[in-house]
Structure formats: C-alpha cells, structure tokens
Design a protein around this ligand. Sequence first.
Ligand SMILES: C[S@@+](CC[C@H](N)C(=O)[O-])C[C@H]1O[C@@H](n2cnc3c(N)ncnc32)[C@H](O)[C@@H]1O
Length: 304
Amino acid sequence: MTERIARHIPVLLNEAIDILEVKPGNVYADGTLGGGGFSEEILKRLCSGSGGFLIGIDKDPEAALNVQLKFELRFDRKKFKLFHSNFDKIDEIIKAEGFEGIDGVVLDLGISSIQLENNRGFGFNEEGAIDMRMDAGSESGLTAYDVINGYPEKMLADIIYEFGGERFSRKIARNMIKYREKKLIETPLELAGIIRAAVYKNYGKSKRFRIDPATKTFMALRIFVNKEYESLREFLEKLKYVLNKGGIAVIISFHSGEDRIVKNFIKNNPDFKAINKKPIVPKEDEIKLNPRSRSAKLRAFYYV
Ligand SMILES: C[S@@+](CC[C@H](N)C(=O)[O-])C[C@H]1O[C@@H](n2cnc3c(N)ncnc32)[C@H](O)[C@@H]1O
C-alpha cells in the first residue's frame, strides 16, 4: 500500500504574489514557509534576473528543513536562506544577513495541511498526543495537553471564548472538567468527543453543522499554546524597522481575531497605508477546490 504524503495547497497565492510585485534584484521574506508555496513563486521570479534574495522563516523545524531540501534541488542557493525561527524575530534575521531593509514580506498564518495531517494533535481524529505546538521538536513550551488537563474551568472557558469565539465555551469547559474527574484527556479524538457532546446538548440530533463543532475549540487551544496573537503583534510592531520605504506587507489570516489585529494596526499606524480597502477573500472556485481557504482574508499595506 502506498502511504499518502500530506501536501499543502497555498491559499490566495496568485493574489498575494500579484500584490507583492516581485522584482528581480529586490529582497523578500516569507515568514510562514509551510510547504514553501509562496516562497517558490517568489524565487521563480527572483531567479529570472540577477541579484535578489529570499529569506524564509518557519517556527516548525520540519517545515524549514523540508522546504530547504526541496529548494536546494530547484533554485540557486545564492538566492535564498531559510530559518527555523519565529517571524517575530524577522528584524534580527534580516540584520544578521546584512540587509538594511526588505522590499516585501508575506505571512500566511495558522498551520499547514502538512502539520494537520502529521499526528501533532491538531486533527480531531488523531489518537496520539494532544501537543499542538508548532515547534514540537524543541523542548520548550506548554502543550495543549497541559492546558486541557491542568487549567481550571474558568480559564479554559475564557481561552475557548477569547481565541475561538466559541459561544458554548462555558459548557465545553464544564464538560472537560467533568471528564477530568474520571480520567485525563489523552487524545485529540477524546477531546473532540467531549467538545461535540457539550455542543450537541444544545441542539436536537437533527442539526447539521457547517463545520465540525470541535473546530473553534481546537483553534483556540492552538492559538493559545503557540502565543499566535503575541507573535503577530510583535511582528507588526517591527515592520517599520524591517521594510524599506514603499515595501509591501501581505498578511493572510484565517479568523476574525487575527484579522482584527492586522486591520487595527493598519488603521492606527500613519507609517503604513492599506493597498486594498477591504480584505481580499477567495473566489468561489478556490473555495470549491480547497475548502480550507473559505475563511481566508488577505490584507496588504506598504510603508509610506
Ligand atoms: C498556513 S501555513 C503556510 C503555508 C505556506 N504559505 C505554503 O504556501 O505552503 C503556516 C505556517 O506558518 C508557520 N508559523 C505559524 N506561526 C509562526 C510564527 N510565529 N513564526 C514562524 N512560523 C510560523 C507554521 O508552522 C506553518 O508551517
């Protein structure tokens, strides 16, 4: 039997690359390498001329390594350097590479389909550990297991509400505590069952859900464990030390909390000007082809 290899389909790729207006000779950064989809398009354009450089970053060491192996076979090694790091360290990375500033940067937030399918605790049907760290290889940091098995009820409810926008947050937290009284929550499959049971209690059996009732809670735990909002805020604050004048930032987010951070940053910072007034969203045919893209919002802006 052949093993299925997880692949990530980039979301809003053409739109992001068009806005970046990649020019050979310029310097760009991809803060969320993932499967390398965005970086690949940038590099293709850079390799058509002389000069130009791409800096790629991913917090997940596996992502950085896999893209490195792929790109070494395809592109001139003098044109790129990839890092296992947090994009909130972009200023340090750029300076250490000897650049004063860069001409464009892209962030495609969240997790990739590769991470979702690799038994890291992100998928509802997994029977492994509930980890959810993007840099699970390192020994650092809290796991989702620590949170759901150790935090008090109110804190759990607050996390699920704040980072997932889940209206049944209190009921879900209650169900987790009740379960914990008997045994610890060991697997994502168990966790998804606990969440679904809390949500189903409010509806008859007949209700059809547009998304799995466990989606928002899993997302909330992931955002909390990886400090995703903090990293995004820090990255945005550093942008004026990173972008050249006229340099472009493109940020794709997948839920309202993230999008709000980007939207308010552009609105409240006179140093930056929005390129698109309203966020760009995927067209019907992209959503059909890649349902994961349905909640994506792209905002782009430049350093004035
Ligand atoms: C949606 S995927 C990116 C997919 C990519 N654009 C592509 O086309 O294949 C998001 C990636 O960002 C990484 N990531 C998330 N937060 C990060 C952070 N704070 N710093 C660096 N990488 C991060 C994740 O590990 C994941 O690989």
